[in-house]
Design a protein around this ligand. Structure first.
Ligand code: SF4
Length: 352
């Protein structure tokens, strides 16, 4: 099961996504729970690289309703960065005080060396010992692995020296080994405004959604398509599938969409990213999630054709130029879906 929820009330759409999910199949009231966001560096979350504190707030509210008493937030930022600084800059200190949820900088933790598939990895004792790890990544692009989401987010449970060593080990296979050794209980993906091309942020693409599901590989396979990749385009996903860490999402996966009729409208006008592709788009009241999919698709493809139309303003209208989304279903050529995934738009653009 994968749940997607849309909206601007980040804590509420997160809480509601979990309520609609099957997390209660895995979670028990007596569990200790650790939330593992992505705070790669101390940058405000609206830059597209760090997990919004409101998403964690929604999870904490859900857990408290569920009867969970032992909750903490754990993270180790990337090499040379400070999780303590990131907690401050991203508003986690306020969250911690508000709900009495401790913030744990894993850089201060002890690490256990474990072996898997020929790799010896040092992993945080706290992360290993928690009863239930909730993985809370940002859905964003990555300059080396194309996608960073649930599976790659677990790197923050290792010492910084190990994070650097990962790169010398080729990244993809050690990421799989890490996910085999450190089990995720459930995933809640911050798909609010992930970065278009770079894990450190700076080109956020507003999409206003959260995605929840149990298996990190299955959830990542779905999220890969949201930013314009097929699951097999992400090496650690195809390796992880071969090593039976999980299955790709498929037509058999129960996909539950909430607030599909109230997707926030696109406000991405001010972002640099819009400038880069504005000349190719005719937009009329497009939902931000739809516009985001088109931006990711244009960024991954070298489409140089006619102007592309998108938005609710095209409902019931027909035209010869290419259209994106079900709102343009009367066009001669259109990419279906509400919203369409970026990977579907790429296939469509390639086909015309
Ligand atoms: S197809 Fe229309 S209603 Fe659906 S997401 Fe796109 S713009 Fe919104």
């Amino acid at each position: 099961m994968i749940v997607i929820n849309y909206g601007k009330e980040r804590a509420k759409i997160t809480h509601d996504a979990l309520k609609a999910s099957d997390i209660n199949t895995y979670l028990k009231p007596e569990h200790s729970v650790s939330l593992k966001p992505n705070l790669v560096s101390p940058k405000p979350s609206n830059m597209g690289s760090t997990t919004h504190s409101e998403v964690l707030e929604g999870i904490i509210l859900f857990l408290k309703d569920f009867g969970i008493r032992n909750i903490n937030i754990i993270e180790n930022s990337s090499f040379g960065q400070s999780a303590k600084q990131a907690f401050k800059v991203c508003g986690y200190e306020t969250l911690s005080k508000k709900y009495g949820v401790p913030l744990i900088d894993l850089g201060d933790d002890r690490f256990v060396t474990l072996k898997h598939s020929g790799y010896e990895l040092k992993i945080s004792e706290k992360a290993l010992n928690t009863d239930f790890l909730i993985n809370v990544p940002v859905l964003k692009a990555h300059s080396q692995t194309r996608l960073t989401c649930c599976m790659k987010n677990l790197k923050g449970c290792m010492p910084q020296s190990e994070m650097r060593r990962f790169h010398s080990l080729g990244l993809h296979k050690p990421i799989v080994a890490l996910n085999a050794l450190l089990k995720t209980g459930y995933c809640v993906v911050d798909g609010i405004c992930g970065d278009l091309s770079f894990e450190e942020g700076g080109t956020p693409v507003e999409a206003n959604r959260v995605i929840a599901g149990q298996n990190p590989l299955t959830v990542d396979s779905y999220c890969a398509e949201l930013i314009g990749y097929k699951p097999d385009d992400i090496e650690y996903l195809s390796i992880g599938k071969k090593m039976m860490l999980g299955e790709y999402y498929s037509g058999k996966t129960n996909i539950v969409e909430l607030n599909g009729d109230r997707k926030p409208l696109n406000q991405a006008k001010s972002e640099r990213i819009a400038d880069r592709y504005r000349g190719q788009i005719t937009e009329d009241s497009a939902c931000s999630v739809c516009y985001a999919a088109l931006i990711f698709a244009l960024h991954r493809s070298d489409f140089r054709g006619d102007k592309i139309c998108i938005g609710q303003g095209f409902k019931g209208k027909s035209a010869d130029c290419p259209g994106i989304g079900d709102c343009t279903r009367n066009f001669r050529l259109h990419a279906g879906g509400c919203p369409p995934k970026a990977s579907d738009i790429i296939s469509f653009l390639k086909s015309i």
